[in-house]
Write a protein that binds this ligand. Structure first.
Ligand code: HBI
Length: 97
């Protein structure tokens, strides 16, 4: 299903509202690294993010090394950043609040 890519102005607004996330060099994704005390805490976080992703039908590109989780959000259907990425990023940040 086609999804509109964010304009440059919309991207700037998204980044301003998500100060913990950074724009990937190609401007097509946002990224954030998370560090936990243990692998178990990292894994529990990933399980919660997975449920969010399923609920939103929007899935992260991510990696986990022991207590660290790196998440990249981009919208394949848009060929770049869309409002789906900012929505999921906000929901992920709320898990840590
Ligand atoms: N997740 N990141 C990302 N990007 C997508 O375009 C996407 C997705 N999850 C599911 C999804 N698209 C569905 O809309 C399509 O697989 C049908």
């Amino acid at each position: 299903m086609p999804v509109p890519q964010l304009t440059e102005a919309e991207r700037e607004g998204v980044l301003a509202s998500l100060p913990e996330w950074t724009l990937r060099a190609d401007s097509l994704a946002i990224e954030r690294e998370f560090k936990f005390r243990t692998f178990s805490e990292a894994w529990a976080f990933m399980a919660r993010v997975a449920l969010l992703a399923e609920k939103q039908d929007h899935h992260p590109e991510w990696s986990n090394v022991y207590n660290r989780v790196a998440i990249t959000l981009t919208t394949h259907d848009a060929g770049g950043l869309s409002e789906r990425d900012s929505k999921l990023a906000r929901a992920i940040d709320k898990l840590l609040a």
